[in-house]
Design a protein around this ligand. Structure first.
Ligand code: TPP
Ligand code: MG
Length: 844
């Protein structure tokens, strides 16, 4: 087996210099240079430097523009006021309503939101957090202003087949733009109130609502969650030469979160400017926009929970551009707009990413139940006295841009609109809720089950040479696609077509079909992947399609999520299954949820390759298939043969769902031992969820998950030779979905079943299989299903592993002790009741 330590760096000579450099990178690290004494200098970071008056700005804004800024801020203020009243008094303008769900309000932060959104186009995407109503409205209003009536009508007519637009048209009159504003308010509010007529069918709610046609991308209740997802969106734009930039709105307290730091590390990788070429060369079009309201829930970020003093300081430590970091006064919308105008130019010159620290303040509590015990009344009042909307309104009247009366009238109109929209959104007939029990509607949204050769038509994939010219492809063409010769003798390992070749063929094929496909992870490029699956791809692909990521498993998965959300296909890789813990939030909370939470607006074609180790002890040898199978919204598979690996990888890459694709380091070099005609060179798919009968038998069924298959094969020899027992071997292949038909059919025949895999037995998917088989085939079973998993221990050192992972004799012992006595058999492993009771009692 080839481990990272022993795998030779497969640098191959430059043979095909076409559009992109195909040679492994050669950036000489010169000790003479590196060891020189010098001093690191930082550039000053501007803090609240904007000092223009409204009169200075009149050449940059029309009077209507300036009034619109006031208008948009007032819209957000009233929207949030409404929710505050509903949460705190149970009514708005005398109309009662109970909203039991969350409402994290941004009263006080309006200038920061409108300033952020003002300059952005619909091609520019924003991501946010639990407190993003203001950002959604600001960006939506900005999009409505910029889109033509025709484009707006198109968006509204096409969105959910015009359901929301029909409601708006029926209940309101006005120009297209006026209707679009109602559409925005209604779609957002109905979503907050969990109505099926909301922007995400009520499945996202207050903290997750979004609307991609206006460039509003998912908001995240896991704070900091957008920190790496937004980077993936920027990556999508760069890799695929798409217009626009991406803004990640992150709270000041969430700047502490791992995904944010990992996202920043990923976003500032040198390779974008040193190694990427052509249109892809240069920094990511990304702005980390810190919505700095100076508090977490109650913790003060400056002076208590963080050490940055001024959050813009973070940029200084990240790259030599210091992320062009600045603090801007988010109480003045014009200061924020000014910053965006300047920073957009930085991004256009491909010198991003940028970090903006937008200072603001929220008057509302963290949530309406917040008694604000962590701050003084004087402090809140001091900020209220400088209220951004009041101050801006006064500036407008003072400059003669609008009269007080005009502004008051505008606000009255906004209040009326908000009230009308509110009444519609709480009307159960007009705005019903989904009935989740009916036709399993939510179940139907969890997976999209699409099938696409490519997620983007009409664009040629960027590759360095025709696939048939690839050195690895040529090498594989000489291999034996079935492991044994005609006399049943195995070919040498080098001669056998290996499981890793099956994965390579499927992935390489898709790289040549789907121009959006990219793959990355730790050591994915020059090294050829830690386990040589990608060897040969380095020569075939430019940097922007296959690259080494930073050691940041959270960002590896998180960026893939953002990349897929925007319309790309991506294969991130986790080098060892154990490192899944480092991407726990992304794998457990993000990838699986967005298809359904978006009301199926979003597809998630992410194939997350996860390599399961052995040999390297407790933190490199765990099989966590069960953890992942537990999470609704993921497809999970674990092929154990080259034929299945290629077919399932093809299916994963053809689909539109997130797949966690487990691979075992024990068997990357295994040849095809089951399909006699060998692994086809042509394309084929193996459907998800179909277990496969590898060996037919009569007396006992053995259902195995992953690489345990080969230990099962040893066990069935003993059963056959020593006990005259014929076993039927079923390889689960997939965990989610899983079709039980074949297993039940087999149990009907054998009456007995052992279920085995390398996951620790307690709480495992193996137990889930056993429980379902018990329920579904109880009448046919001679004995309850027996689970043979790993011990509930740490994985010990390689030399001791056989005491931990299921061994062939364990399977025989388990059958003997729990299903049917095998004549003359002497057990070595204990499966009796008392031992089971003891282990459970001890918790081991
Ligand atoms: C990962 C995670 N940890 C904790 C929380 C609970 N929580 C919700 S909001 C919040 C404070 C966030 O502060 P900040 O990032 O400054 O955003 P703000 O609320 O001020 O807008 C916390 C701790 C959460 N939602 N997600
Ligand atoms: Mg905050």
């Amino acid at each position: 087996m080839i481990g990272i330590e022993s795998f030779p760096n497969p640098h191959s000579p430059l043979t095909n210099k076409k559009k992109h450099t195909t040679m492994p990178k050669a950036q000489f690290i010169d000790p003479k240079e590196k060891r020189k004494a010098k001093e690191l200098k930082f550039k000053p970071i501007p803090v609240n430097k904007y000092n223009k008056s409204i009169d200075d700005e009149r050449k940059n804004f029309s009077d209507d523009d300036l009034k619109r800024i006031y208008h948009d801020m007032a819209v957000i203020r009233e929207f949030e006021n409404m929710l505050n009243l509903i949460k705190t008094t149970g009514e708005y303008n005398g109309v009662e309503y109970n909203h039991p769900g969350p409402a994290h309000l941004s009263i006080g932060q309006e200038a920061a939101a409108v300033g952020m959104a003002y300059e952005l186009d619909t091609d520019d995407y924003i991501f946010g957090s639990h407190r993003s109503h203001g950002e959604i409205l600001a960006k939506g209003l900005s999009a409505i202003h910029k889109l033509s009536d025709k484009a707006l009508k198109e968006v509204m007519t096409e969105f959910f087949d015009g359901v929301i637009y029909d409601i708006v048209k029926k209940n309101f009159k006005g120009s297209t733009k006026e209707l679009a504003v109602k559409f925005l308010l209604y779609g957002t509010l109905a979503e907050i109130f969990a109505r099926e007529t909301g922007f995400n069918k009520g499945l996202g709610g207050s903290m997750h609502a979004f609307f991609t046609p206006f460039g509003v991308y998912p908001n995240n209740a896991i704070v900091g969650g957008s920190g790496d997802i937004a980077v993936g969106a920027a990556l999508y734009k760069k890799v695929n030469s798409k217009p626009g930039l991406v803004v990640a709105n992150i709270g000041d307290a969430s700047m502490a979160c791992g995904p944010v730091w990992e996202g920043i590390s990923f976003a500032t990788m040198d390779q974008f400017t040193t190694l990427w070429e052509g249109d892809q060369k240069g920094g990511l079009p990304l702005i980390i926009n810190i919505m700095n309201n100076q508090y977490g829930m109650g913790g003060q970020t400056c002076g208590e929970t963080m050490g940055y003093e001024i959050a813009a300081r973070i940029g200084a430590g990240v790259n030599k551009d210091q992320m062009h970091a600045e603090r801007v006064d988010g109480y003045n919308p014009l200061a924020v707009i000014d910053a965006y105008r300047r920073k957009k130019k930085v991004l256009e010159k491909k010198q991003g990413p940028v970090l903006l620290d937008v200072l603001t303040y929220r008057y509302s509590g963290h949530s309406p139940s917040d008694a604000s015990s962590y701050r003084s009344k004087e402090e809140v009042e001091a900020w209220q006295q400088q209220d951004s909307i009041v101050t801006f309104g006064e500036a407008l009247t003072k400059a003669g841009i609008a009269t007080k009366k005009e502004l008051d009238k505008m606000v009255e109109g906004i209040k009326d609109n908000t009230f009308e929209v509110f009444k519609l959104a709480i009307n159960d007939e007009i705005s019903p809720r989904m009935d989740p029990g009916k036709d399993d509607v939510i179940g139907g949204m969890m997976l999209s089950n699409g099938s696409l050769d490519t997620v983007e038509e009409d664009r040629k994939p960027d590759v360095n040479h025709p696939l048939e010219e690839n050195p690895r492809v040529k090498q594989i063409s000489k291999k034996e696609r079935y492991a044994f010769d005609k006399d049943g003798k195995p070919f040498s390992k080098m001669k056998q077509y290996q499981l890793r070749d099956g994965l390579f063929e499927a992935i390489a094929d898709r790289f040549y079909k789907d121009p959006t496909l990219i793959a990355y992870g730790e050591e994915n490029r020059d090294w050829g992947g830690a386990f040589a699956v990608y060897r040969g791809l380095t020569e075939a692909l430019p940097y922007h399609r296959l690259f080494n990521s930073p050691i940041a498993e959270g960002a590896i998965v998180g960026t893939a999520i953002g990349y897929a959300m925007c319309g790309g296909r991506v294969v991130p890789e986790i080098m060892y299954c154990d490192f899944l813990g480092r991407s726990g939030d992304e794998v457990f909370n993000q990838i699986p949820k967005w298809q359904a939470m978006s009301g199926n607006m979003i597809k998630m074609p992410v194939v997350l390759r996860v390599s399961v180790g052995s040999k390297y002890g407790a933190q490199h040898s765990q099989d966590w298939t069960s953890l992942v199978a537990h999470i609704p919204g993921l497809k999970v598979c674990f092929p154990a043969t080259p034929y299945d690996a290629k077919g399932l990888m093809n299916a994963a890459l053809q689909g539109t769902d997130p797949v966690v694709f487990f691979e075992s380091q024990r068997i990357y070099d295994i040849g095809e031992q089951f399909v006699e005609k060998g692994v086809p060179a042509e394309y084929y798919e193996i459907p998800f969820g179909e277990p496969d009968v590898k060996v037919e038998g009569e007396d006992v069924t053995i259902l195995s998950v992953g690489a345990t298959l080969y230990r099962v094969m040893d066990a069935i020899k003993t059963l056959r030779d020593d006990y005259n027992m014929s076993a039927e071997v079923i390889d689960a292949r997939s965990l989610v979905p899983f079709n039980y038909d074949k297993v039940i059919e087999s149990v009907k025949k054998t009456g007995r079943i052992v279920i085995t895999g390398d996951a620790t037995a307690r709480g495992s998917f193996l137990n889930d299989l056993a429980s379902n088989v018990t329920n579904l085939a109880f009448d046919y079973l001679d004995a309850p299903p027996v689970v043979v998993g790993s011990r509930n221990w740490i994985t010990p050192a390689h030399e001791l592993e056989n005491e931990f992972f299921p061994q062939p004799h364990w399977i025989v012992d388990a059958i003997h002790q729990r299903i049917v006595p095998l004549e003359g058999h002497v057990s070595r492993e204990e499966f009796g009741d008392s031992e089971q009771l003891r282990r459970n009692k001890m918790g081991v």
